[in-house]
Design a protein around this ligand. Structure first.
Ligand SMILES: Nc1ncnc2c1ncn2[C@@H]1O[C@H](COP(=O)(O)OP(=O)(O)OP(=O)(O)O)[C@@H](O)[C@H]1O
Length: 584
């Protein structure tokens, strides 16, 4: 059970001064607390004996007041010390987790669902915080107050009376521990239900547009209703058990009082103890209640904290496979790309997503990639960006393996406009200069002009200061894509990847953007994938992907001559375009 404290010893060592102060203050408080009933007992005895006068009464009362004041100061002190520490450990661990999350690779986020990660960052850290504050407090308080009280009962009042009266105490410890365990088990179920509900909210909110578009809101709501019902049911189970705790404690405590009064009353009559002693003794029994219950709650707090700490440790122990080379090449990316992958499979997948995919891309050239959905186009980019590192083969940039480059060089050298481009809820200017906040207005406009979004931005109410997203202007799909392109262009990457980033842009604008890119980036490398052949037909080389393999390769003219999938798609799209044109 005390393993939990052992696991946190690094933190206790870090804050040893405040912990020492807190623990010493708690012990002094316990001693002072135990003196009070003894004083009251003495006053009663002096009163019964007729020796009580004003001077002694004022002395005793002042002593009680002074004790109260000292305890006030000490209690304030230990609360500040212990609870201040507990928020500190929570924030240390939260920062550790957060920075860990930001360093993790795509495989990690595939393994853990966002809702679960959120649950770890909140519930588990709260359980650990509980150990660092309430756990330490309960342990010290229960042992010091319980120990000192028991000592006083035994030596200051009567040892026999003490032995008889504490007979029901083990029952109390057993009940509180047993019920505590049951509650905890139920509580786990409740947490699980809560975590699953959280995941549902998160998935529904991010997919709300799709849900609505497919008219699935009602079904989703029913499913969600079921999950909330489960949360309520599980929590009700917890409260049912909790409701049983207090009454059972009261029964056991009542039993203790009955024993104390019966035997103690008899002792007073026979003169073995004084009436004041009996009054003090009854107060002591009351004071024993909390330390006894605390033992049960301490066991549970520690167990919960222990499990939470293990889960957090497990998360932190996940190593990212994407690590910096021992002697990283820090120079900027430059030169040709040699992509040669014999085979790559996603984690936990058997079927390779890419097999025997090789191409040579000359610096300054443009590569076009086409193929059905799921044929492996985005996977090629993920490997180029080092989202995944475990594959058979090698990717060279300028003759140097990309795994040997410093991660920073790779990040600065390659910019991607992903399919599901994401804009932040900030101004258009900040969105464009996201990769380089130091960019001047001219440079930002330059990028916007190349992406053919400059004119659109000027039409917005506040121009470049217009906020995008829920709090600002709603952008069309094409505008979002073009801002995302401007953002990628703004960092002037050596290699620009457009992953189906022109799908929502009309054919004429697409042509204009491609022409600007060709002119502005004539010395730099560009990779474009698209469903529309018109987006890539000008490329220096085109590869056609099919089920993770290259099925056709060549220039546009060569592929048309080849009369394969590419030629077929091209003719089909030409026809559609013509029909659309005639229909318009
Ligand atoms: N994170 C992942 N985990 C497991 N499998 C994945 C993952 N991402 C993609 N895949 C699988 O790998 C294959 C190739 O996917 P990829 O996204 O590269 O295709 P794509 O050609 O880019 O498709 P699209 O045109 O729809 O973007 C698909 O079968 C897909 O289901």
């Amino acid at each position: 059970m005390f393993r939990t404290f052992k696991k946190l010893d690094w933190f206790f060592k870090l804050r040893w001064k405040s912990y020492t102060f807190g623990v010493v203050a708690l012990i002094i408080c316990a001693i002072l607390q135990v003196l009070n009933p003894k004083i009251v007992g003495t006053i009663i005895d002096q009163f019964v004996a007729g020796t009580l006068n004003w001077r002694t009464l004022i002395f005793w009362v002042s002593l009680i007041l002074i004790f109260a004041l000292v305890m006030y100061g000490l209690r304030y002190g230990w609360r500040m010390a212990l609870f201040g520490n507990s928020t500190l450990i929570e924030s240390i661990l939260r920062n550790r987790l957060f920075s860990h999350f930001t360093r993790m690779d795509a495989a990690f986020f595939q393994r853990y669902r966002t809702g679960d990660l959120m649950a770890h960052a909140t519930n588990d850290l709260a359980a650990i915080r509980f150990v660092a504050a309430d756990g330490v407090l309960t342990l010290t308080d229960a042992f010091s107050l319980g120990g000192v009280t028991l000592f006083s009962m035994f030596f200051f009042i009567d040892w026999k009376l003490t032995l008889f009266s504490i007979l029901p105490f083990p029952i109390l410890i057993a009940i509180s521990t047993y019920l505590g365990k049951l509650i905890h088990a139920r509580y786990r179920g409740a947490l699980k239900a809560f975590s699953s509900m959280n995941n549902h909210v998160q998935e529904s909110v991010s997919g709300i547009k799709v849900l609505k578009a497919l008219g699935e809101e009602k079904e989703d709501f029913y499913a969600f209703e079921k999950e909330t019902e489960k949360v309520v049911e599980e929590n009700r189970g917890v409260y049912k058990l909790k409701a049983g705790v207090n009454p059972s404690i009261e029964i056991v405590m009542g039993l203790t009082y009955v024993i104390a009064l019966l035997i103690g009353g008899n002792y007073v009559q026979t003169g073995r103890i004084s009436i004041g002693d009996l009054v003090a003794f009854i107060s002591y029994i009351g004071m024993m209640q909390w330390p006894l219950l605390a033992v049960g709650s301490l066991i549970n707090t520690l167990e919960r904290g222990n499990a939470a700490y293990d889960r957090v440790e497990l998360l932190l122990s996940n190593e990212t496979s994407i690590v910096e080379a021992e002697k990283p090449v820090k120079k900027p990316l430059d030169g040709d790309i040699d992509f040669d992958i014999q085979s790559f499979s996603y984690p936990n997948e058997h079927k390779p997503a890419l097999s025997h995919v090789s191409f040579h891309l000359k610096k300054g050239n443009t590569l076009g990639i086409v193929g059905r959905t799921g044929s492996g186009k985005s996977t090629i980019y993920k490997l180029l960006l080092r989202d995944y590192d475990l594959y058979k083969g090698a990717i060279l940039y300028g003759g140097i393996n990309i795994k040997d480059y410093a991660l920073q060089s790779l990040k600065e050298g390659i910019a991607i406009v992903p399919q599901d481009n994401f804009l932040f809820s900030t101004t258009i200017r900040d969105n464009i200069r996201f990769g380089n906040p130091a960019l001047s207005q001219e440079e930002i406009e330059e990028a916007a002009k190349t992406a053919h979004i400059h004119e659109d931005i000027l039409q917005f109410p506040k121009g470049y200061d217009t906020t995008v997203g829920e709090r600002g202007v709603s952008l069309s799909g094409g505008q979002k894509q073009r801002i995302a392109i401007a953002r990628a262009l703004a960092v002037e990457p050596e290699c620009l990847i457009l992953d189906d980033s022109l799908s929502a842009v009309d054919a004429n604008t697409e042509e204009a953007i491609l022409a600007s890119l060709k002119q502005k980036r004539s010395q730099k490398t560009t990779i474009i994938s698209a469903h529309r052949i018109s987006s890539i037909m000008q490329a220096d080389e085109i590869i056609v992907m099919d089920e993770g393999q290259i099925s056709e390769k060549g220039t546009h003219d060569q592929l048309i001559d080849y009369q394969g999938w590419y030629a077929e798609m091209y003719q089909k799209q030409q026809l559609e375009r013509k029909l659309d044109g005639e229909g318009a």
